[in-house]
Design a binder for this molecule. Sequence first.
Ligand code: CTP
Length: 393
Amino acid sequence: MEQRTLLLGVTGSIAAYKAVEIARDLERRGVHVRVLMTEAATRFIAPLTFEALLKRPVTTSLWESRQSGPIPHIALSESADALLVAPASADIIAKLAGGMADDIVSCTALAFNGPLLVAPAMHANMYEHVATQANLATLRGRGAVIIGPETGELASGGHGAGRMSEPATIVGWTMKTLGRKGDFAGRTVVVTAGGTQEPIDPVRCVTNHSSGKMGYAIAEACRDRGADVILVTAPTGLQPPVGVETVNVVTAQQMYEATRAAVREAHALIMAAAVADYRPSNPAADKIKKERETLVIPLERTVDILKSIEGDFIRVGFAAESSSLEHNARAKLAEKHLDLIAANDITASDAGFGSDNNRVTIMDRDGGIDRLPLLSKREVADRLLDRVAKLLS
Ligand code: CTP
């Protein structure tokens, strides 16, 4: 995908140090970040910190022609795909709402006609003041994305609303905004993730080692390419990606029902979930006591979600195999009427369950086969989505 440029406006707030993490994370995700700082921001964090990490100059003044050309705010505003102000002080929010332009961030914002994201950070009294609330309402009314703030411990020692949202949340909304014209714009994709849990009794369950990382990476990649994403997820230890509609389920039956409802409007279904194939036939209402030396738990088949859900959308499955990888995956592709299947060898020690990497072989219904090398799960997701995008077009 074409590289996107983000203007990151940093203003005077204790949370300014968190902007470093935001800039780094966005760069890691392939975004070209240009940092602009108000004079107040430079009192909290040095421009050098951003310059050293991003290896490019930071603009701190309207009068600085050295790096950004003779009219820095115009040059910057013409080069960008989005403007994120994080942290956004009460002062910059007032300037943005009022159309004032007397520092590099407010001037650039006024000259910029692309999407604006604002992550407020200030004391609760300032945040709750009617003036700030009116200014935020004005910005929202113009289409700005206001991220947070969150309620919690404040720098002043008090507790209340005004803490800047976590960098990961801000990065998520920024990626969604930058991706809005991507190759999945206008498409709805349903992604399933995680390992379902089938109750044995109120405290125990039958499950598997799925971490959910592959499905979450796919959901994020879809979001970053402009899709509306519905993530149907079994329990995982992961934070749901922001900007994605998340539906939490536990059992295979619940995943079936939620997925069937979600695909009604969908252009594609990607089943990365590890669905339990069997469940205890009669889950005990009370905790099973260890009275016997051995215990036999009768199991019954669960519904095969991919096989049973009908509809006119691109169908993508995964095949988790420990032997005869390509042979078994091809059989599943045919049996479940899939357009694509991503097969992975679950015995590989460097990939698969729990790992951040995966090595998959993508097969299509025309006999095509693409053996991908070991890649991060995000890269696997993007390679898979390249194939889905082709099918959708
Ligand atoms: N799947 C499903 N419903 C199930 C089981 C699996 O929709 N009850 C989906 C998985 O999400 C995956 C694909 O079917 O996309 C293949 O899953 P896998 O576990 O590899 O195969 P199974 O069909 O369960 O076959 P087996 O366990 O016999 O290998």
